[in-house]
Structure formats: structure tokens, C-alpha cells
Design a protein around this ligand. Structure first.
Ligand code: C2E
Ligand code: MG
Ligand code: MG
Ligand code: MG
Length: 284
């Protein structure tokens, strides 16, 4: 039976493979174009101080609205960019835009706001990061208003120059956050050696924090560690008031998530800032 259907089966399969291959090639071409023409956008998600209800930071999250396929998740196009050797260029475009928009916020009177920017391991390993300082200087920003987010696994990767770079950042006053904490397999000593300023607890542990004893244990361990190491803790992916209240009770001071706002464009971010300045931010 296999044999009888074989030929047709294979040719249909081939056709599908081929069209998928062509789709990906075209997508790659459009990604290159979007990066070189700086059509990649940057959106901003507020990080809120629970105690004051005010926005203290934004996380810069890159966005690509492809002309043919529409919204493409950064998880997908960042991996593409890494595969095709475009991540250095993409990271630079995002960094420039985020610094420009942060300078704009400061010029509009919100001069305490910090900007948190993601970096992938590949970027650290393969591309010279010195341009970061030039861009920060160019916009007249203080180094301590910039935070670099690296994932837990990146922080552990000893085969690259990360430790060296992180201590250079620390000397300059640039903040470092360990992103997606709890999803990697870090040893305490590795985290401590990296001397981060901030730990961001992954959304996985927040989404079920009310039900899961394991998640509660992880969060309270992170809180204990942070007090001893004088780190700030951000809970990612907070979506409900109940989560917020529980986290607040556990001593977590900074919250990021859809409960307050998803990442929005710079105009909408300015509106959030205005609201947040007048009264405690109204959750959406
Ligand atoms: P991340 O750095 O952990 O960013 C947080 C992700 O969680 C964002 O997804 C954000 O939209 C999402 N999120 C925030 N609050 C909530 C919530 O309450 N509920 C849910 N369901 N999701 C929430 P996004 O924007 O799709 O980004 C995914 C990942 O892509 C990021 O995870 C980061 O690792 C990477 N990424 C995004 N922008 C950049 C960039 O400019 N450079 C690099 N290297 N990576 C980036
Ligand atoms: Mg992040
Ligand atoms: Mg994260
Ligand atoms: Mg993540």
C-alpha cells in the first residue's frame, strides 16, 4: 500500500516542503530589508513599583509587522536573525531606537525612567558591544539609566566573553538583569559571580503562583537571595490583581505584565507615563 501511494505522497510532500522553503526564504529577505531599512519597531512595556504604583522602567521589546505575514513574534525573528547572522545589526537598531525614545522621555520631564534592553547570547559572543557606550553618550543618557537583560543561560555560558563584558558594564554603571530566572539551570555561585543588579522571575512561576507550592517556594527563595545580595526583583507576566497582591505580600517590589500594560509604542508609552505620574497606574 505504501508503494502504491508512494509516488503521489512523496510529490505532495516535496511540494509542501518546497513552498515552505520558499516562504522562509522570502521571509528572510523581508527581515533583512526590515532591519536595514530600520522598519523593525521597538515597543515598551512598563515595569511598575508596587509600593508607589508608578512606572520606573520600560522594557524594550522589538516588534516586526511584516507586510505579508503580519505580526511575527520576536521569538521567531530573533532566532532567524541569529541563524542568518543578522542579530548584531538587529540588536543595534533596537538599542539605538530604545535610547532615542528614552532620551525623549527624559526630555519630556520623566527623567528618572530607566530602559531595559534585551541581549541574546549570540550578540554577546559574536559582536563587539562597544557601540553601546557611543549610543548612550550620543543621547546624553546616564549609564545607570540603561539596563541590559541577559537570560540565565547566557549568564552561565563560560565559552564567551560575558563575564568580562558584564564587569565592564558594572564599572560604567550600566545595570544588568538576569532574565527569565528559574528557567535555566544556574548555580547560585554563577549568579553571584555575575553580580547582577536585578533578577526577573520568569512568567512560568507567576502564572500559577496562587496554586503552585513550587512556584511560591521559588519566588520566596529569590526574595531571600535578593535581600542578601541587595538585588531588585521583577516579577514578569503578572496578569491578575490576586497575583499582584500575593507577590507584594512576598516582598516583591517590581511588577511587569499585562495586568498593567502590554508593550506599547512610544506614543502610548508617553500616555502611560502621564497617567502614572498623576496617580497610581490604572491597570488595563
Ligand atoms: P522576555 O525578555 O522575557 O520578555 C517578556 C515577554 O513576555 C514579552 O514577549 C512580553 O510581551 C511578554 N509578557 C509580558 N507580560 C506578559 C503577561 O502578563 N502575560 C503574557 N502572556 N506575556 C507577557 P515578547 O515581546 O513576545 O518577547 C519574547 C522574547 O523575545 C523576550 O522575552 C526576549 O527574550 C525576546 N526579545 C524581545 N525583544 C528583543 C530584543 O530586542 N532583543 C533580544 N535579543 N531579544 C528580544
Ligand atoms: Mg527581557
Ligand atoms: Mg523575561
Ligand atoms: Mg522570556
Amino acid at each position: 500500500e505504501q508503494k502504491r501511494n508512494g509516488r503521489n505522497g512523496i510529490s505532495i510532500y516535496d511540494a509542501q516542503l518546497q513552498s515552505e522553503y520558499i516562504r522562509k526564504l522570502r521571509l528572510k529577505d523581508r527581515l533583512i530589508k526590515a532591519i536595514t531599512e530600520k522598519k523593525i519597531q521597538v515597543y515598551y512595556q512598563p515595569i511598575v513599583d508596587i509600593e508607589t504604583g508608578k512606572i520606573c522602567k520600560f522594557e524594550a521589546l522589538t516588534r516586526w509587522f511584516d507586510e505579508e505575514e503580519g505580526y511575527i513574534s520576536p521569538v521567531i525573528f530573533i532566532e532567524m536573525a541569529e541563524t542568518y547572522g543578522l542579530i548584531g545589526q538587529l540588536g543595534r537598531v533596537v538599542f539605538e531606537q530604545a535610547c532615542r525614545d528614552l532620551a525623549y522621555m527624559h526630555n519630556q520631564g520623566y527623567d528618572d525612567i530607566c530602559m531595559s534592553i534585551n541581549r541574546s547570547v549570540r550578540e554577546f559572543a559574536l559582536y563587539d558591544q562597544k557601540y553601546i557606550y557611543d549610543i548612550i553618550d550620543e543621547h546624553g543618557l546616564a549609564y545607570n539609566k540603561i539596563m541590559i537583560e541577559i537570560t540565565e543561560s547566557a549568564a552561565l555560558d563560560e565559552g564567551n566573553n560575558i563575564l568580562e563584558l558584564l564587569s565592564e558594564f558594572a564599572q560604567k554603571g550600566i545595570c544588568v538583569a538576569i532574565d527569565d530566572f528559574g528557567t535555566g539551570y544556574s548555580s547560585m555561585s554563577a549568579i553571584i559571580a555575575n553580580k547582577p543588579n536585578v533578577i526577573k522571575i520568569d512568567r512560568n512561576f507567576i502564572v500559577d503562583i496562587e496554586q503552585s507550592v513550587e512556584s511560591q517556594i521559588l519566588v520566596s527563595l529569590v526574595m531571600d537571595m535578593s535581600r542578601k545580595l541587595h538585588l531588585d526583583v521583577v516579577a514578569e507576566g503578572v496578569e491578575t490583581k490576586a497575583q499582584l497582591q500575593l507577590l507584594s505580600k512576598m516582598g516583591c517590589h517590581y511588577i511587569q505584565g499585562f495586568y498593567f500594560s502590554p508593550a506599547v509604542n512610544i506614543d502610548a508609552a508617553m500616555v502611560l507615563l502621564k497617567q502614572s505620574n498623576v496617580c497610581a497606574i490604572t491597570p488595563c
